[in-house]
Ligand binder design. Structure first.
Ligand SMILES: *Cc1c(COP(=O)(O)O)cnc(C)c1O
Length: 536
């Protein structure tokens, strides 16, 4: 490693002397010499040609610490409590840096790494978090070091072209047509928000062209807009409506069938009712993979209904988007090509680290609704420059696309699809296991890779545990299992009743692993019941 020599240090900026004076006032050991030393030490931490060796060595230390931790990991969590972790983090004095990176990483082991929740573990089966693929981790190292920002061409160059190519690749997979475009986003919630923002502005534009509504002021126009989505759709749809100035009441909750897919007849009814009340259907939002049941709405039929009423058709495929590369389940997305916009979370079913998501649109021109020309950044005079800020609601933006790029270049799309297919198959097998188990009730058969179920054993009298007891018990089972760290499962409610949920995305997990979790849930439930009877 090259030693830091004074020759390498830039001359002190004029402000440095003022800093030294302030130091004298507070009585710390200062002076021109210590200010120079401080700057010299600080500059040794800058990532540049001179410090390239330091960079390699230190990043390797960090990576080695994580690899060591993962190698030793035998369960998804240690069960550390918020109070314990708060105390440990509070014990760190941020005013006093440690001697070196090794010491900081050792400290990090205690305040974070040892007690993190590990998604790669086969007994992590809770939320839509995936084990991540190594090519994407290589990309993370590259993209954060180069630190391109995807807002303008002059901060990104080739990164912009790579992002654009991936957007057209994904749009091509979904057959959105020749005019398709899109942009990477921070996640599904942001993608959904942007989609609805485009839909809202599009609707307002049309209303302004209509002589009947042209004279109305904006608030009166916004009051008329309605978004139709299933009762099972993601909460970010409702939250977006609120953030877009439409209010929660602008979202019409459309009934689902028993399979948790939106009922097209119910949608037709709601659309007709809204029209008869003089309201304007702004958007129909279908879900391709609901968060709880993995349900995929009947896309073709919903697209037709949206088209008929001039409404924007958005498909939230945050979860189901991975099916676009699936070898065996791709057909589940049939009809998605009719969407005006699609949300895809690469950080879910493409096995990418957080965050990596995209919003795709069928008509590139609709992205004009988020375009704003700032003189300092993307002046109107420079419209021929490929500035991605023109398509995004973010300004400074990470080059998250590189993760998917290296993943496709190293593994290929089929390999990603195989990983997701394996998780779907696992869910199907586990569904059979749960359905055959008299101690458990399955809320619905698996559709993608989730299972919603509860522990509700038969009682001595041959009946089931009461609903109320089952509600409390399943919440307590989930907490107790989390506290043990042996497994992590999720919880949700169905028709007001508490259930447990598996979200399976780990191709390394087998039926035996998940059976292990099921047995843990059973023994935990049985002992909680027994304890309650003893104390009652
Ligand atoms: C996860 C999810 C979202 C939200 O995505 P984030 O990346 O967490 O913001 C939206 N819709 C569905 C269906 C999801 O499963």
């Amino acid at each position: 490693m090259a030693p830091v020599t004074p020759v390498d240090v830039h001359p002190l900026p004029p402000g440095a002397e003022t800093g030294a004076e302030t130091g004298t006032e507070t009585g710390t050991e200062t002076g021109p010499d210590s200010a120079a030393t401080l700057l010299q030490d600080a500059a040794a931490h800058l990532f540049n040609a001179r410090n390239a060796g330091t960079y390699t060595a230190q990043v390797l230390q960090g990576v080695t610490a994580v690899a060591g931790r993962v190698a030793e990991c035998t369960r998804p969590f240690t069960g550390a409590t918020p109070a314990e972790l708060k105390q440990r983090v509070d014990g760190v004095d941020l005013g006093t840096p440690l001697a070196d990176t090794a010491a900081a990483l050792e400290e990090l082991e205690g305040v974070y790494l040892r007690d993190a929740v590990y998604f790669h573990d086969t007994k992590y089966a809770a939320h839509l978090n995936c084990p991540v693929v190594i090519p994407a981790l290589v990309a993370e190292a590259v993209l954060s070091a180069v630190n391109s920002s995807l807002d303008t061409w002059d901060q990104s160059a080739g990164a912009t072209m790579i992002e654009r190519k991936l957007i057209s690749w994904a749009a091509g997979q979904l057959q959105l047509g020749d005019s398709a475009d899109g942009v990477f986003t921070s996640g599904g919630s942001q993608s959904n928000f942007q989609a609805l923002l485009l839909a809202r502005n599009q609707a307002v534009e049309w209303l302004k062209l209509d002589p009947e509504t042209d004279g109305l002021r904006l608030p009166s126009l916004l009051e008329k807009l309605r978004i139709f989505t299933s009762a099972d759709s993601h909460f970010s749809i409702r939250k977006s409506a609120s953030m877009l100035g439409l209010g929660y009441d602008a979202v019409v909750s459309v009934q689902c069938g028993t399979d948790h897919r939106m009922d097209p007849a119910a949608l037709a009814g709601e659309l007709a009712r809204a029209r008869s009340e003089g309201l304007v259907p702004m958007a129909v939002v279908a879900t391709a993979g609901t968060t709880d049941f993995g349900a995929i709405d009947p896309l073709d039929e919903l697209a037709a209904a949206a088209r008929e009423h001039g409404a924007w058709f958005h498909v939230d495929a945050a979860y189901g988007g991975g099916l676009m590369v699936s070898g065996r389940h791709r057909h589940l997305l049939d009809g998605i090509h009719r969407a005006d916009s699609v949300t895809v979370d690469f950080h879910k079913t493409f096995f990418q680290p957080v965050s990596s998501s995209a919003l795709l649109v069928r008509d590139a021109a609709t992205l004009r609704h988020v375009r704003f020309h700032a003189d300092y950044l993307n002046p109107a005079a420079a419209v021929d420059r490929p500035n991605q800020v023109d398509k995004s609601i973010q300004t400074t933006r990470r080059f998250d696309a590189l993760k998917l790029w290296l993943t496709l270049r190293i593994m290929g799309a089929d390999a990603l699809g195989a990983l997701f297919d394996e998780a779907i198959d696992l869910a199907s097998s586990v569904g059979e296991v749960l359905a055959a188990d008299p101690d458990f009730e399955l809320a619905a058969g698996p559709q993608l890779s989730t299972l919603v179920f509860r522990y509700r054993p038969l009682q001595e009298d041959g009946g089931r545990l009461s609903e109320g007891t089952a509600d409390r018990l399943n919440q307590d089972i989930r907490s107790a299992v989390f506290a043990s760290g042996e497994a992590v499962v999720a919880g949700t409610t169905v028709a007001g009743r508490h259930y447990l949920k598996f979200t399976l995305l780990n191709a390394e997990a087998g039926v035996a692993d998940i059976r292990g979790i099921i047995d843990l849930l059973r023994t935990t439930g049985a002992s909680l019941l027994a304890a309650a009877q003893v104390s009652a």
